[in-house]
Design a protein around this ligand. Structure first.
Ligand SMILES: Nc1nc2c(ncn2[C@@H]2O[C@H](COP(=O)(O)OP(=O)(O)O)[C@@H](O)[C@H]2O)c(=O)[nH]1
Ligand SMILES: [Mg+2]
Length: 179
C-alpha cells in the first residue's frame, strides 16, 4: 500500500437474512448466483477487504441474529471506532419483521449518536427487486411510506441520513428516496 491510498471502514447492520452479505458479494462483483443461495447466517462479524481505485475498503458485515445483535450493541464503541459509514439494511419483503427491524434501528441509532459527526449513515430498503410490485402486491406504497415515516421519527433531529431502495437483482441498484 502506498501513502496515496486511503482507507474507509464501512459497517453493515440489520436483522439476519436482510441481505447484508449478499450486498457485499454484489459490490465485490460476485456474479455467481449460486453463491447467494448458499449463504449461511454470518457468525458474529466478518471483515471483507476490497480495493477500489485508490481506496481500500474494510467492510464489516455484522451477523444479524439475536445473540450477535446484543453483543454488537454492548460493544458498540469498540466496533465503531474509525467507522466512516454505517449502512443499515432492512428487508423490504419481510413485512412481518419490519417492526423488529425498526426497533433494532432505534437501538443502533441511540448508540451512534456519539459518532454522528464522523460518519455518514445510509438505510437500504433492500430486496426492492425490479418486479416487487408484481410478486408482492400485498406491499402497498402506503405501507412503505409508513415504514419510511417510522425511520424519519427515529432519525430526524438525531443525525443526517439517506434512504435508498436497493436490490442485488439486475446490477446492484441504489436509488435515493427524496422526501
Ligand atoms: N429477492 C431478493 N433476495 C435477496 C436480495 N439480496 C439478498 N437476498 C437473499 O436473502 C437471503 C439472505 O441473504 P444474506 O446476504 O445471507 O443476508 P444477511 O443475513 O443479512 O447477511 C439470501 O437467500 C439471499 O439470496 C435481493 O436484493 N432480493
Ligand atoms: Mg450475512
Amino acid at each position: 500500500m502506498t501513502g496515496l491510498e486511503s482507507k474507509r471502514k464501512i459497517i453493515l447492520m440489520g436483522l439476519d437474512n436482510a441481505g447484508k452479505t449478499s450486498i457485499v458479494l454484489s459490490l465485490r462483483g460476485d456474479r455467481n448466483l449460486l453463491s447467494y443461495c448458499q449463504l449461511s447466517p454470518t457468525k458474529d462479524h466478518e471483515i471483507i477487504n476490497m480495493q477500489f481505485q485508490d481506496t481500500q475498503f474494510n467492510i464489516w458485515d455484522f451477523g444479524g441474529q439475536r445473540t450477535y445483535r446484543d453483543k454488537h450493541l454492548d460493544n458498540f464503541q469498540k466496533y465503531f471506532k474509525g467507522c466512516n459509514k454505517l449502512i443499515y439494511v432492512i428487508d423490504i419483503q419481510d413485512t412481518d419483521r419490519w417492526d423488529k427491524a425498526i426497533k433494532y434501528l432505534e437501538e443502533v441509532t441511540n448508540r451512534i449518536e456519539n459518532h454522528k459527526d464522523s460518519m455518514s449513515f445510509s438505510i437500504f430498503l433492500h430486496k426492492y427487486d425490479p418486479k416487487l410490485k408484481k410478486i408482492r402486491p400485498d406491499i402497498s406504497d402506503e405501507m412503505i411510506e409508513e415504514l419510511i415515516e417510522k425511520i424519519k421519527v427515529i432519525l430526524e433531529s438525531k443525525m443526517d441520513y439517506r434512504v435508498f431502495k436497493t436490490t442485488i437483482y439486475t446490477n446492484f441498484e441504489k436509488i435515493p428516496i427524496n422526501f
